[in-house]
Design a protein around this ligand. Structure first.
Ligand code: NAP
Length: 286
């Protein structure tokens, strides 16, 4: 495993296992399999509703706590100083840990300043080892990094061959914030796994398209989160540190960039509306 050193000196694995869209029923098994394969960075979120199952796997794995790197994210519904503090204590209980390695604010909407201050205070108390944000596009990232006591350690944004985040990464580097990729495979959208350029490159290195994608990210110093519910694919996705993509092939992959999200644009007002609707729907279900 390769590591990055965050702006506060904390070491973070360059490759992790994400549990978005893994059901409560399947999550404990998936995380146990991932840990068995060798993953040490596990990425969950309050809004994935599987923190408890991640916690069960952490306990059952028998791997010493200090070898694991656990990330969770605060959902917008829990924004504001008090609610964020309480929600993180609840996450910690579900995860069955007495500290969390990295806590991110999941979205750049609502009272994210109040929440960020809660993260800073828990960080200073040692309850969180690193703090950060997610989906903070360059304007919001510069904002939060410039007007707070602690510069975020990480910003997790959609990053894949079709949405490469080159400018966003430069801006993060300017602020000393580490970029982390969600949806490195774009959840399979845009026929990523059958892209001709990627297939050609993968054959050259005797690797799969998935391995080329994850290697390309980590070679760009982007932390990559891969998700699979199948142990064979977990193994495949983990075997990326035994080859190097040449500069020439890195340039070919660079040409695939459309600078457009495969999902939604966090800077559009429709996205804000979408999240507000989601929050209301979830409240109505409670
Ligand atoms: N911060 C945010 O807003 C945010 C948003 C989305 C995701 N995330 C994080 O990022 C993680 C990864 O993103 P993601 O889960 O959305 O999508 P992803 O990793 O881009 O794609 C996952 C999909 O790819 C398939 N897959 C995995 N490995 C494969 C392989 N080697 N060959 C072929 N198909 C493969 C999986 O299918 P199988 O499971 O069937 O193998 C699954 O359908 C998440 O789990 C989550 O932790 C964060």
């Amino acid at each position: 495993m390769e590591y990055v050193t965050l702006n506060n000196g904390v070491k973070m694995p360059k490759l992790g296992f994400g549990v978005y869209q893994i059901s409560k029923e399947d999550c404990e098994r998936c995380v146990l399999d991932a840990i068995k394969v060798g993953y040490r960075l596990i990425d969950t979120a309050q809004s994935y509703f599987n923190e408890e199952q991640v916690g069960n796997a952490i306990v059952k794995s028998g791997v010493p706590r200090e070898e694991l790197f656990i990330t969770t994210k605060v959902w917008i519904d829990n924004y504001g100083y008090e609610k964020t503090t309480n929600s993180i204590m609840a996450s910690m209980e579900k995860l069955k840990v007495d500290y969390i390695d990295l806590v991110l604010l999941h979205q750049p909407f609502g009272d994210y300043y109040g929440s960020y201050h809660a993260l800073e205070d828990l960080y200073e108390k040692g309850k969180i080892k690193a703090i950060g944000v997610s989906n903070f596009y360059p304007d919001r990232l510069s904002d939060i990094a410039s007007f707070n006591k602690i510069v975020p350690q990480v910003n997790q944004v959609e990053t894949n061959v079709f949405n490469q985040q080159i400018y966003a990464q430069k801006n993060m580097e300017k602020h000393n914030v580490q970029i982390e990729a969600w949806a490195p495979f774009g959840e399979g959208r845009n026929n990523m796994f059958s892209n001709e350029t990627l297939i050609k490159i993968s054959k050259k290195y005797n690797k799969t398209v998935a391995q080329v994608i994850l290697r390309w990210l980590t070679q760009r110093n982007v932390i990559a989160l891969a998700k699979s519910s199948k142990i064979e694919r977990m193994k495949e996705n983990f075997e990326i540190f035994d080859f190097e993509i040449s500069d020439e092939d890195m340039k070919k992959i660079a040409l695939l960039d459309t600078k457009t999200s495969l999902f939604f644009d966090h800077q559009s007002p429709e996205t804000v509306d979408m999240f507000i609707k989601l929050i209301k729907e979830r409240k109505n279900k409670e």
